[in-house]
Design a protein around this ligand. Structure first.
Ligand SMILES: C[S@@+](CC[C@H](N)C(=O)[O-])C[C@H]1O[C@@H](n2cnc3c(N)ncnc32)[C@H](O)[C@@H]1O
Length: 266
């Protein structure tokens, strides 16, 4: 993960706060505010081993009940005062009841994309300093279901934000970090991940250090990360595959959501 010690960083959705703690202890950025979705008591109940008090001892401000999709929550952190906002291994929480699941019109795939689109929109609107580095960073896994969110190609459609590239997430940079499951006191064993970077500045200097993968280029199916295709029949075989049709369904559902939203906003 490429970070700069001069940055003022806001972390969001940081489960048990062990990422923020490790960041503060080993990286010591110019400023750190940490935030979690849960209340203090929910966090301490859910994750017995958490870094809430340790972060307080380091003098780091911790904001609880911070929902990245709610504009009012962003009023609880300093306005336009950060260079980077980081969301590690995001995932929507489980539905509270079968009824709330049934009442949901969007697929789980679209709900996760919506969470991350709103994260990037709100980070730019409320937290990022227009005179600073202006980066939204999401770390995720390149396995199912996360790989089916098409993070690089779908989050900023129609927005004045740009995908800049990716870097490998190495957990050894953050010795105390335990990647958490969304609703349980368990940590994830496979810690490999990729950090993806967005900004309102399409020519951001950090691009030199980031990788833009081949699958975003021509002669690939970018939504499936498939290719390069050796000829037309290779490409047609992919377009006819179960994998592609499944991804195409996710893309169509997402584009349908975006166009409905655009009409509502008009
Ligand atoms: C798989 S867990 C990862 C937790 C932590 N970031 C880590 O890396 O260990 C997903 C996290 O996303 C958070 N999350 C989900 N929806 C959120 C929202 N609307 N606002 C803020 N955080 C959210 C959850 O609370 C949970 O902590």
């Amino acid at each position: 993960m490429i970070l700069d010690k001069n940055w003022r960083i806001l972390t969001v959705g940081d489960g048990d706060l062990s990422f923020s703690y490790s960041l503060a202890k080993h990286f010591a950025p110019a400023h750190l505010t940490a935030s979690v979705y849960d209340s203090e008591s929910e966090l301490k109940h859910k994750y017995q081993d958490n870094a809430f008090d340790k972060l307080h001892d380091l003098g780091v401000n911790v904001v609880t009940q911070f929902d990245v999709t709610e504009a009012y929550c962003w009023q609880n952190v300093p306005s336009h005062a950060f260079d980077a906002v980081i969301f590690q291994f995001p995932l929507i929480p489980a539905f509270g009841s079968f009824e709330s699941f049934q009442n949901q019109t969007l697929s789980v795939n679209s709900l996760n994309r919506k969470l991350l689109r709103e994260f990037l929109i709100n980070a730019a609107a409320y937290a990022l300093d227009p005179n600073g580095a202006q980066l939204g960073i999401i770390t995720s896994k390149d396995v199912k279901p996360y790989i089916e969110w098409n993070l690089e190609g779908s989050l900023v459609n129609g927005l004045e934000q740009y995908y800049l590239g990716q870097s490998r997430f190495e957990i050894s940079q953050f010795p105390e970090y335990q990647i958490r499951n969304v609703d349980r006191d368990k940590h994830v064993k496979d810690t490999s991940g990729i950090s993806y970077y967005w900004s309102v500045n399409p020519a951001h200097a950090i691009k030199e250090k980031l990788k833009v993968p081949d699958y975003l280029g021509d002669n690939y199916c970018t939504i499936c990360r498939a290719g390069p295709f050796i000829n037309d029949s290779d490409k047609l075989a992919h377009l006819d595959s179960k994998k592609h049709k499944n991804m195409q369904r996710h893309e169509s559902a997402w584009l349908n959501y975006l166009s409905t939203q655009a009409k509502l906003e008009r």
